[in-house]
Design a protein around this ligand. Structure first.
Ligand code: ADP
Ligand code: MG
Length: 687
């Protein structure tokens, strides 16, 4: 990278464009992978390696999996054009025992460079029987290349930026690995016998041996978990302030009396715990956990009612515009009779409306503010925020919790989640929170009947939908997002809407909802559905959280195999909200036993805790630890379920560091504090 160095001194924050061969276009692709700076790139770790250290002889290579075969090149058959215009190159390699037939498509260059009689390493998937082994489009390397780089890193890649290209950029940068500095205190490196940061970064990208890669991984996992624990610890230290919203213990009786139905016992208990907390000397920090449909919104309403009654303002933060809108309507319906004024604040608001709303919030004329993360933006000032509620908290980063609390002088905080969390992990994520659980559904619900079916029966299914609609019910049909369209033969939501849903329900009013619609359009579609002006709603998973339309009784989920069980359970929770019998159909053409078993499991239970437990044990796609389900920052390399030992070590080391340096602002911890900021800044809201 000599020319770069002449122009500028490299820092961890230098943009990737400074690398040779990286222009604005490539930089954009890097950005897709979350890589903006040199530090980001150095810390974009490979997922796995192509291991050339243990090549197979042709006869012993396993069939059907990726492997490396070492063999002599015996003959080149030359190239030709196959039907369809594809260029085909063929060659034969082998040893005394067996041969391997090699084929390349549209790649005449590789074979040109190969010499007959030379030994090579061929990497790819072996097909065929013992007598006729084949490999298509293998990567070829010489012995010299292999001894220089025995393990080739495989990186998470994106369109127009493949693993190889990423590897070349990383290789350019590795001589500068010291740029990153070492956030781990020397004492910890010694205690756990960990390599330095620069060493670990070099070894994880270009390990000399599998052991070196392993050691590098161990060090980087420990670092990541320590940073995570420090971040959680800092949040906790901040949360234990004495309250800025003291109030007397409210009596919820008038609120309960105003409802058209009786609260469940669980709702009463949760509200009592909350009112008790809010009357205490410290700010409330409470998690309300309850399965979908358990009635968390009502508990939030009771708490907000009490806060306003005590003279404070309240805020309710929702992860989507759709949900914010719905909550504003619900709270307005429940609380307007008490003279409580509810304002809606979302990103979709026009400038003038936004100004008026902001002024009302600042002047204390709005008692409750319901909104998306727009509430967290600068310029939103409360006159006297006393209680902040976060709905579907797992959809937000942990950082948002802190940000909302900072909008007032230590207000009370209530976070709500439908994602059940195994206890050990709960302590880690919510160590700073008290927990209330809604373990009782409102009366009169019948459990949703769940069925798995293949796409071949779609016509019958639509016949059923048509009959339900005829009986006055409404239905949801969920299918994959637009972006996921072209590959894998999945019908993107728009095509599906036009060619399947509308075609099979010709006499019904079918609406379309997806993430690319403007907030206004989304709200309009949802309003049409809620008001019964639409019979069926074809949607992406944007309706996964919170949407509440009791008249909807059928949930169809296309390509159900693509979603984690917890997500499917959330989607299913959109129906079964009234007394009528409700159905959930999981449509999938994937007949793999693992997939079918996973989907069938959902048919056997409607208990969210059981679903989470199964997810945890089977580690399906989008599972509990795989993504987004818990609101923790995204981890690059550590795995909370698998790395429990380093997790415990990191937990106790973080506690030790914070007890000596509670705000992590001593100079020897500067790099650690930087890493914490980096990790938690990324944990932004998802929508
Ligand atoms: P979630 O816990 O999933 O957020 P909601 O708050 O959306 O659940 O409530 C689900 C539905 O149950 C709503 O239609 C709500 O009006 C209704 N509901 C809540 N509490 C009760 C109750 N005690 N009795 C009857 N219906 C209730
Ligand atoms: Mg809800």
């Amino acid at each position: 990278m000599p020319e770069t160095e002449n122009r500028t001194t490299l820092t961890p924050d230098t943009p990737v464009q400074y690398l040779k061969g990286v222009g604005p276009k490539l930089a954009q692709r890097f950005e897709k992978l979350g890589i903006r700076t040199l530090a980001d790139l150095l810390q974009h770790y490979p997922r796995r390696y192509l291991d050339f250290t243990h090549p197979y002889p042709p006869a012993e290579a396993p069939v059907g999996v990726e492997c490396v075969v070492r063999a002599q090149l015996l003959a080149k058959q030359g190239g030709r054009y196959a039907a369809g215009g594809r260029r085909v190159e063929k060659a034969t390699a082998g040893d005394d025992v067996a041969t391997l037939e090699l084929t390349w498509f549209n790649n005449p260059y590789t074979i040109q460079k190969l010499e007959i009689g030379q030994e090579y390493y061929f990497q790819g998937v072996v097909a065929g029987g013992l007598l006729r082994r084949q490999m298509v489009n293998p990567q070829v390397r010489t012995a010299a290349q292999v001894s220089a780089v025995p393990l080739i890193p495989v990186y998470p890649q994106t369109d127009g930026l493949n693993s190889g290209a990423i590897g070349r950029c990383v290789a350019q940068l590795l001589p500068h690995a010291e740029l990153l500095g070492d956030p781990l205190p020397p004492a910890l490196l010694q205690k756990y016998r960990l390599p330095s940061k620069a060493q670990a970064v070099r070894d994880i990208h270009t390990p000399a041996t599998p052991q070196a890669a392993q050691e590098a991984r161990r060090r980087l996992i420990f670092e990541e978990l320590l940073v995570l624990q420090l971040g959680m610890g800092l949040l906790k230290n901040r949360g234990s302030a004495s309250t800025g919203a003291p109030m007397r213990r409210a009596d919820p009786a008038p609120f309960w009396a105003s409802l058209p139905f009786a609260p469940t016992g669980a709702q009463r208990r949760a509200v009592d715990q909350i009112l008790e907390d809010m009357a205490g000397p410290r700010s409330m920090n409470r998690l309300l956990q309850g399965d979908v449909g358990s009635g968390k919104t009502l508990v939030a309403a009771a708490a907000l009612w009490a806060a306003v009654g005590a003279g404070y303002q309240g805020a309710l933060l929702a992860p989507t515009e759709l949900l914010a809108q719905q909550h504003a309507e619900t709270l307005n319906r429940l609380l307007a009779p008490f003279g409580i004024r509810v304002a809606l604040l979302t990103g979709g608001l026009k400038a003038a409306a936004r100004r008026t709303t902001l002024a009302a919030i600042r002047a204390g004329e709005a008692d409750l503010v319901v909104g998306t993360h727009a509430i967290l933006s600068e310029g939103v000032e409360f006159a006297r925020l006393g209680l902040a509620v976060i709905d579907e908290q797992h959809r937000f980063g942990v950082r948002q919790r802190g940000a909302l609390a900072e909008k007032g002088a230590s207000p009370h905080l209530l976070v709500m989640s439908a994602t059940p969390i195994p206890r050990t992990l709960g302590l880690l994520i919510y160590g700073d929170l008290d927990i209330s659980i809604l373990d009782e559904l409102p009366p009169g619900r019948t459990p949703v009947k769940t069925r798995v079916m293949g796409g071949a029966r779609r016509r019958d299914l639509y016949g059923f939908l048509d009959r339900e609609i005829g009986a006055g019910r409404q239905v949801y049909i969920v299918c994959p997002a637009i972006e996921e369209g072209p590959d894998g033969g999945l019908a993107p939501v728009k095509t599906y809407y036009e060619q399947t849903a509308k075609a099979l329900l010709p006499d019904r009013r079918v609406g379309l909802m997806h993430g690319k619609l403007k907030p206004k359009e989304k709200a309009a579609v949802m309003e049409d559905f809620r008001a019964g002006r639409l019979d069926a709603l074809v949607s992406t998973t944007v309706i996964e959280v919170g949407v509440d339309v009791p008249n909807a009784t059928v949930m169809v989920i296309e390509n159900a195999e693509r979603y984690g069980l917890s997500a499917l359970h959330q989607l299913r929770g959109r129906v079964g909200r009234g007394a009528a019998e409700s159905w959930c159909f999981l449509v999938s053409d994937n007949t793999a036993p693992a997939v079918q078993n996973r989907l069938r499991f959902l048919c056997s239970t409607t208990d969210g805790f059981a679903v989470a437990q199964y997810d945890l044990e089977t580690r399906g796609p989008g599972d509990f630890f795989g993504s987004r389900q818990h609101g923790l920052p995204t981890l690059q390399i550590a795995d909370l379920a698998a790395n429990t030992r380093p997790l415990h070590a990191a937990q106790s080391e973080a506690a030790a560091i914070l007890s000596a340096d509670p705000l992590l602002d001593q100079p020897q911890h500067r790099l650690l504090a930087d890493q914490v900021a980096r990790m938690f800044d990324r944990a932004g809201p998802m929508n």
